[in-house]
Design a protein. Structure first.
Lengths: 419, 398
């Protein structure tokens, strides 16, 4: 069992949002960004001094630690406001320590002894975490020659854009997006704290390690992970090439599935329910795609079979039987799936980053780091839910929160209260 | 009785087919006299080619032996990798086959990189190390597809046929090879049609002389990777094509010399050498498949995925043993193509100049040791090719 991380996110979000402040959020946050920029310059200078002190004394002085901790907390609050993870306008620096005054806040442990080697090479050691933080972060704008530029979104960026539309429409933050944004902010704060020498504990991207409100709606497509993290170095080294035959088979099978999805769309539109045989056929393909992706992204070790049989792979998929589906939701299933597809694409980038980092780690140690495995598994699970939704296996919208404990069923909850 | 009859039928087929496949248009009594190399090359050129090839020979021998050693280890330890698969019998066989290829790739990579380093040192290659390794890596991925298809055929047939899978698998593999030969012209990257009006005119007259109308002449852009000149013929039937590397063009070779090159490649097509290779494959695929079946019998035959590493070892050893024979046949066909080119162009002087120029530009040793020819050379030595041009001239005095 891992000891708790010295940098912890506390989120108590009631999901209520003001449409007015959300609409102007990007402009409202400008004073805070200005203040963050000024504070960052000072932090940069102090960090250089702090690096020498920590290197010589083996720990950060209390004063500097608290000051930098306050900075990291403030940046996290500003980010939470900017990315719609919280509603109230934040203070310009909460100097009184974490009193849970802001809905998204950080708990930072007091200074502890730090390993001098880890301190000396902190910037180099932080590179993998920074790569992952960039995939989980807001994204970037890249300017090329002339007037051309490209925008790439990270998970946080896409989640915020989707949340912006959802809040303006409903006046409420979707719970899944709130949890996802909190998770991304938590990781970003841990990376910042690690770089700024608040702790020498490596940032933990395991979604299960973030103390989020731990319930989620019951998913219609559930991914079960029964992997022991052990990896064969030989198959890891050639993983991409070993997947090539599966790519071919996926593509060939995919052509038939495409036809089946179209037929399924008409059938569900007329009958209000997906026919069992088509449901099973598509579910089997979705499971096979999950197996292949789990192998490719190093979420599991063994070479998968070509049939997508249930129970044949450590990362497996349970699919609920066909359920009644609303005709309007069926008719507009394609456009409705677009937001989820955008988020799925950002999560795929995160999974690819996990696979890249995991590739090196698995070759070196023969094991996949748990946190990378779990993040990639979450990304794949989301993708799988997306396929299930888009291809009419269910009408439950993919749940974006990185939380897997389902809400108790009403009957079970009543029984628990009675007990 | 059935086996005896089958064996007798096979022997009869071999007895008829092999002499026919070996027959060429090169006159039987042609005498190739020794050539004085100093008449064509300076002492410095000969020494440079000799130095260049000496390293490549050692490297080449090691590159031939390395896969055998690697697969010998893999044949013993590979079956344990079954635990890395959740893919069932055939899928596991595919995994073990791909890993076998991967092991061979890893074993050969240092020698391939050493070869590249040496060629770069002598300015024969311009390929970068990263490009080379990435290209090799991608090629390995393509080979994975082929090996998976092969394993699928073998292991699927091994389920109903058990020990006799090899009889049914052979025609399938022959069909694969024929298909590959047929589509190869479409798989060659960076091709464009020949644009030189003079060469197009030459090619047209040669094609007419050889009755090869409809054969396309293309140019492949390779100058970024190599300075070595080369040409090839590919395909059969409607896909027949001659492909010239762009390193042949641009003034390094004269037009009469390029006419000899075109005549040579058209000679391959005229004499159906590509189809004859498919026929050779058909002849030898059956005994090789039988050897694999026999060798893997103690491990449960090709029905069991654990037999795959051993099957790969058998295939590599057979290939190594067959290599001298394969090269001998290929040299015979190359000599025939040279002869047809001489007959078509009737210009032995250009042929001699071409061969000498080829040796200088690709740093080929004009008269390599016999063992080296046996193992590595698909073409007759430059000395032999010049001697053939001399012999043609003697047989056709002005």
């Amino acid at each position: 069992v891992q000891p708790r991380h010295p940098i912890r996110l506390i989120a108590h979000d009631d999901l209520q949002r003001s449409r007015l402040t959300v609409f102007f959020r990007l402009l409202l946050v400008i004073p805070h960004l200005f203040w963050v920029a000024l504070w960052s310059i000072a932090v940069l200078l102090v960090m250089i001094v702090n690096w020498f002190i920590t290197l010589s004394q083996g720990r950060t002085p209390d004063g500097i630690h608290n000051w930098i901790a306050a900075y990291v907390r403030y940046v996290t609050q500003v980010n939470a406001y900017l990315y719609l993870g919280a509603n109230p306008y934040p203070e310009f620096g909460d100097w009184g320590g974490p009193g849970a005054s802001y809905p998204v806040d950080l708990e930072v442990d007091p200074p502890a002894p730090q390993n001098r080697w880890k301190t000396a090479f902190r910037i180099v050691l932080a590179v993998p975490a920074l790569l992952l933080a960039s995939a989980l972060g807001s994204g970037s704008v890249n300017f090329a020659a002339g007037s051309y530029y490209s925008v790439s979104f990270g998970v946080l960026g896409i989640a915020a854009v989707l949340a912006w539309f959802a809040i303006l429409a409903r006046g409420q933050m979707p719970r899944g997006l709130s949890q996802l944004i909190a998770y991304a902010l938590s990781y970003s704060a841990q990376v910042g704290a690690y770089l700024l020498l608040l702790t020498d504990r490596y940032p933990d991207c395991d979604p299960q390690a973030v103390a989020l409100p731990a319930v989620a709606p019951r998913r219609a497509l559930r991914v079960n992970v029964a992997d022991d993290l052990a990896r064969s170095r030989l198959t890891v080294f050639f993983r991409l090439l070993l997947t090539v035959p599966h790519f071919v088979w996926l593509a060939l099978w995919g052509i038939v599935v495409l036809v089946a999805v179209v037929v399924n769309w008409f059938a569900t539109l007329f009958r209000g329910r997906s026919p069992q045989s088509l449901h099973d056929f598509i579910a089997r393909y979705v499971r096979y795609a999950l197996h292949v992706n789990a192998f490719l992204f190093l979420v599991a070790n063994p070479f998968p079979g070509f049939g997508g049989r249930p129970g044949s792979y450590p990362i497996d998929l349970e699919v609920d039987p066909p359920e009644p589906q609303g005709r309007w939701r069926t008719f507009f299933r394609g456009p409705l799936a677009v937001p989820s597809a955008l988020l799925g694409s950002a999560l795929s980038s995160a999974a690819a980053t996990c696979a890249l980092l995991g590739w090196f780690a698995s070759l070196a140690t023969g094991r996949m780091p748990r946190m990378l495995r779990n993040l990639a598994a979450f990304a794949l699970a989301y993708q799988t839910e997306l396929y299930g939704y888009a291809w009419l296996l269910t009408e439950r919208y993919p749940y974006s929160g990185p939380v897997f404990a389902p809400e108790p069923e009403p009957m079970a909850a009543e029984a628990a209260i009675a007990a | 009785v059935l086996a005896g009859a089958g064996f007798a039928a096979l022997a009869a087929i071999y007895a008829i087919a092999i002499p026919r496949l070996l027959h060429t248009q090169v006159p039987g009594g042609l005498v190739l006299r020794s050539v004085d190399l100093h008449g064509y090359f300076s002492a410095r050129e000969l020494a440079r080619a000799s130095n260049f090839e000496a390293f490549l020979r050692v490297d080449g021998v090691l590159a031939l032996l390395a896969p055998v050693a690697a697969l010998a280890v893999y044949a013993r330890r590979g079956p344990a990798l079954v635990r890395e698969s959740a893919a069932g019998r055939i899928g596991t066989g595919m995994l073990l086959a791909m890993l076998g290829f991967a092991v061979v790739w890893l074993a050969q990579l240092p020698f391939a990189v050493a070869e590249l380093w040496w060629e770069r040192r002598y300015h024969v290659s311009r390929d970068g190390y990263i490009d080379f390794i990435v290209g090799n890596w991608i090629a390995l991925g393509a080979s994975f597809l082929f090996v998976c298809a092969a394993i699928l055929v073998v292991m699927a047939l091994a389920a109903p046929l058990r020990r006799s899978w090899w009889i049914a698998a052979t025609p399938v593999f022959v069909a694969f090879v024929a298909l590959q030969a047929f589509v190869t012209p479409y798989l060659v990257p960076e091709q464009h049609p020949l644009r030189s009006p003079v060469l197009l005119q030459t090619a047209a007259s040669l094609k007419q002389a050889e009755n090869l109308r409809g054969v396309e002449i293309d140019v492949q852009s390779v100058r970024r990777f190599t300075t070595e000149p080369n040409a090839a013929s590919a395909g059969f039937g409607p896909t027949r094509r001659v492909i010239l590397w762009d390193t042949l063009l641009g003034g390094r070779f004269t037009e009469p010399q390029l006419a000899v090159v075109l005549g040579h490649e058209l000679g391959h097509l005229k004499r159906n050498h590509i189809l004859k290779h498919v026929a050779w494959y058909a002849l030898f695929a059956l005994p090789i498949a039988f050897a694999v079946a026999l060798a893997t019998r103690r491990r449960g035959g090709m029905y069991e995925p654990t037999s795959v590493p051993l099957a790969l070892l058998v295939l590599v050893v057979v290939r190594l043993v067959a290599l001298p024979l394969q090269n001998t046949v290929q040299r015979r066909y190359e000599a025939e193509a040279d002869w047809i080119s001489l007959q078509a162009t009737r210009n032995p002087g250009a042929a001699r100049a071409l061969f000498a120029n080829l040796a200088i530009t690709s740093l080929a040793e004009p008269r390599p040791p016999g063992w080296s020819q046996l193992l590595f050379d698909e073409h007759p030595s430059i000395a032999s090719r010049i001697a053939m041009a001399d012999a043609w001239q003697r047989a056709h005095p002005l």
